[in-house]
Every structure is written in structure tokens, then in C-alpha cells.
Design a protein around this ligand. Structure first.
Ligand SMILES: *Cc1c(COP(=O)(O)O)cnc(C)c1O
Length: 282
């Protein structure tokens, strides 16, 4: 196989993990610079609010092209954590982009997608586990992958909690259901999964209305209560379980409420296209 042709320095990346496909992907320098400065602004804001705590920033790249992700993964931004909502889109992007990316699946999880997702070696976390069936499917597929390559990490998961009680939102019901699911993951999914913590999306209208006053965000309060309940029932230290909460509209308030992970999309990447218009390669 021949080497890809040398590209101008502004349109290529030089990390050793870069795939051939990523090598051929063009990154527009002006777009890369705009993205990097938007990312840096969020990171600065985050650092200022986190008061020395480590808060993971997941850059939510759903419906955005792969070269936008590459632009933020390569120098100088070197961002590692990216979040996607659609299983097929994530699989395609993971194939195209460097293995050094740490992927997060944050969308509605379907049983039929669990096996494919768990086999993506650099999938770091599935944040939307809401049934034991899906947890077991993820765990067994990941365990099979680990048997073939023990150097890979276990797959981290968050249990998604439906803190707002909206029927349309997926997520485990707060209370005994959430406690039971966490217990079952710890007891039965150990071979493939690491329980990282709890996740909520929350009511968007509510988060818009209360951005300025974090203490009023009932979803964040509720997720923290669920975390404390699970920790108490299972005999864990509360800080053993992280909270994944906060998006573009409300991540500042979420950090104030103790979030360990925020998922920020449009503030970094701009408005998303409609799903029908989204292109992985542009
Ligand atoms: C799209 C999405 C985000 C990011 O939303 P923005 O408002 O664009 O920051 C975060 N979390 C989940 C679960 C999402 O689906």
C-alpha cells in the first residue's frame, strides 16, 4: 500500500494514531481556529467554576462532520472526549478518526445497538444505560472484546435517570429502580463494565428558565439526591459515583451543583443541521 500524498501542513495531522482516512481528511484552518477558540472559552469558564475539581468536558459532536472533530482533536486543542447520539454515526466516525479519541455514547440506547457499540475499542462511556438488559448486553460484548485484547479498558457507563419524569425521556425511574439497576451493574456486569455514575438530561425548558439560578434546577437537585441514595443503599462513598449533568444552556449551574461531567455541543460546534442534512464527510 502506498503512502498517502503529503498534504499541506494546514490540512493534515501528524499524530501517530492517525488513521489513513483521517490523513486524507481536510481541516479548514479558519474553521479549526474558530472551533478551538470556542472550545477554549468553554474550558476557561469551566475551570473558573470548578474550583480545582476535575470536570470532564464532553464535546458533543452529533450531526457535525468528522473533520470538525479532527480539528479539535489535533494540535493545538488536543481535545479527547467527544459525545455522539446515534449509534451508526458514532461507529462511522470511530472508523474514520484516530483511535486516541475517547468516545461517549449519550443518545437514547437501543438493545439492538449495544453489541456494536461495546465493540468500539475506544468507546469510553455509554451514558444512557437505563435497563439491566442493556447493561448485560454491553457487558458481555465488552467482555468478549477484552478477552481478545486484555490491554483495552472496561467500558464505563452512567445510569441515566429520568429526573424530570417526562414520558418522552428515556431513563430509569428515580428511587428503587435506579438503586436496583446500579446494584445489578456492580454485581453482574463487572467483567465488561465500570459504573462511573449517574446521568440526567432534564427538562430543557426548566434549564433555560433557571440558568442564572442553579439551585433552582430541580433535575440537578434530583440527580444529586439519587446519587446520595444509591451510595447509601450500596454502601459506597458518594464521591465514588460521578454526576453527568449540564449542557450548553446550563453547564455553569451544573458545575456549581457538583457535576463531574458536562456535555456541551452547540456552544462549541454551533447550531446543528437537521438529521437528514447531516454529513459525516463534507
Ligand atoms: C445534544 C446533547 C447534548 C449537547 O447539547 P447542547 O445543548 O448542544 O450543548 C448534551 N447531552 C445530550 C444527552 C444530548 O443529546
Amino acid at each position: 500500500m502506498s503512502e498517502p500524498p503529503a498534504a499541506p501542513t494546514t490540512t493534515t495531522t501528524t499524530t501517530s494514531t492517525t488513521t489513513a482516512a483521517a490523513h486524507e481528511m481536510r481541516v479548514d484552518p479558519a474553521r479549526a481556529q474558530a472551533l478551538a477558540s470556542q472550545l477554549a472559552a468553554v474550558k476557561d469558564r469551566l475551570a473558573a467554576l470548578a474550583g480545582g475539581r476535575n470536570v470532564r468536558l464532553v464535546a458533543v459532536s452529533k450531526l457535525k462532520p468528522a473533520n470538525d472533530i479532527l480539528a479539535l482533536h489535533q494540535d493545538p486543542a488536543r481535545h479527547a472526549h467527544f459525545g455522539e447520539n446515534y449509534a451508526q454515526e458514532l461507529s462511522q466516525k470511530a472508523d474514520l478518526l484516530p483511535r486516541s479519541i475517547q468516545w461517549h455514547f449519550i443518545g437514547g440506547l437501543q438493545s439492538g445497538h449495544c453489541k456494536t457499540l461495546a465493540k468500539i475499542p475506544n468507546l469510553f462511556c455509554v451514558s444512557s444505560v437505563d435497563t439491566l438488559k442493556k447493561a448485560r448486553l454491553l457487558s458481555s460484548a465488552r467482555a468478549a472484546l477484552l478477552a481478545a485484547d486484555p490491554s483495552l479498558p472496561k467500558l464505563s457507563v452512567h445510569v441515566q435517570v429520568n429526573t424530570s419524569g417526562e414520558d418522552a425521556k428515556s431513563g430509569c425511574a428515580p428511587g428503587p429502580d435506579t438503586v436496583a439497576l446500579c446494584r445489578e451493574i456492580l454485581e453482574h456486569c463487572g467483567p465488561g463494565l465500570h459504573l462511573l455514575g449517574l446521568m440526567t438530561i432534564g427538562a430543557i425548558a426548566r434549564s433555560r428558565a433557571t440558568t442564572a439560578d442553579a439551585a433552582e434546577n430541580e433535575d440537578f437537585v434530583a440527580l444529586r439526591e439519587q446519587r446520595d441514595l444509591v451510595a447509601r443503599e450500596l454502601g459506597l462513598a458518594p464521591d465514588r459515583l460521578e454526576l453527568s449533568m449540564g449542557m450548553s444552556e446550563d453547564y455553569e449551574g451544573a458545575i456549581a451543583m457538583g457535576s463531574g461531567e458536562v456535555r456541551v455541543g452547540s456552544t462549541i460546534f454551533g447550531q446543528r443541521p437537521a438529521k437528514a442534512d447531516a454529513k459525516i464527510k463534507d
